[in-house]
Ligand binder design. Sequence first.
Ligand SMILES: Cc1ncc(COP(=O)(O)O)c(C=O)c1O
Length: 464
Amino acid sequence: MKLYSLLKKYSKKHVIAMHMPGHKRHKFLHNSLPYDIDITEIDGFDNLHNPNGILKERMEFASKLYKTKRTYFLVNGSTCGILASIKSVCENGDEILIAKNCHKSVFHAIELMDLKCSFIPSHFDDETKIHLQIYPEDVDLCLKNNRGIKCVLITSPTYEGVISNIEKIAEVVHKYNIPLIVDEAHGAHLYLTNNSACQKGADIVINSLHKTLPSLTQTALLHICSDRIDAEKVSKSLSIFESSSPSYVLMASIDECITFMSKFGEKYFARLQKNLDCFKEAVKNLKNLKVLGYTTSHNFYDFDMTKIVILTSQTNIDGEELMRRLRAKNIELEMSYVNYAIAITTIFDTKKDLLCLAKALNNIDKTLENVEKNIQIKNIDNKVSLTINQALKTSSEIIDINQSIGKVCAEYVYVYPPGIPILIPGQIINQETCEYIKYIAKHNLNLISTTGLLPNMIKIVSNT
Ligand SMILES: Cc1ncc(COP(=O)(O)O)c(C=O)c1O
């Protein structure tokens, strides 16, 4: 039986609930929130942190769908999966090799475990200013030069849909007898095209179900895909980073999602692909805007076509303005950046909705001018002077951003979304970064720093 069916059946039973949660599934709560199935670990409903009943069964079902060794339901997003996976393969003080465009949760794990981190060189696509894939040769060189590294973590696909050659990267990483973790938060649907890192040799893969599949926000999966990983350590780490009161509503949502995908996933995905073909036909005459992979080719190892990345680079508007204009037509995109905006499509997008987006883009396109712009997005390299933890523990001060060149940063700086740091504690702030921060602020993007004082002031390590 599915978890949701069991919860629904139980909700009809008259039981005096002398336990959490406090709303007691009360019938007088007259709204559509799912109080009736929101329970705690009562008899018959298993325990996520020590599963041996219905949850174990349903997680095994998910594991079969993704063809993994073991799959865990996560109710604190990919964020807790990333924290737990790093904790399960590294000891405090170890060194980890990561891609520069990692999510902030990776940096938080590094901070918590006082890890040293090395960066895989990143490459930018000159045309789109988007991070290219991770190159296996770069990973090999980093590992050859530093035999102390205990694990490699990369993001694939990225927020923009760029997919790396996981098969080759895994081969390289395994040559050094260490595990590869793939943050596949944006790619829970990739198994449908046999393109998931789970099938390509990664050791741990983390998927946000809520991002690209029909599941409630905060739901995710952590997959163990090889014998290099100690499941006991993963379970222990998850018990640290995940709530000790995991929501049954969220877990039922995961189970519903997995059940739905196992029955109808292929059929619905084929329909999405057809709808995207119609979208492609409908945007082919755009003159100023470009749609990555649809009206232009791409320079990536592989690209997730469910991401619609609309480039504004050769127009007189930026990504934020495009997003605003679409909002005025009742179309809300996922995110915008200086020179692009992203629409995320899933199996529940209809042909009508995609054609509506195409029509809106065609209409906006007619109002735009074709201009050559100097997009100042660069692959900035800030040298590391201290570990994140050292920088956070040392005494600090807040100074004018213009005075900060050459100083050691003592806070995180990123644009949200996507939440990828521009600066992390311990990096030496250079001129390019200062200019970049001002440039980002000018484009009204959501610039976030730990102190909240940017773009004017920044926290630095004292006496640097
Ligand atoms: C690349 C990447 N990894 C991980 C996460 C965290 O996922 P979640 O929101 O499910 O915790 C995000 C969130 O946006 C992300 O973009």
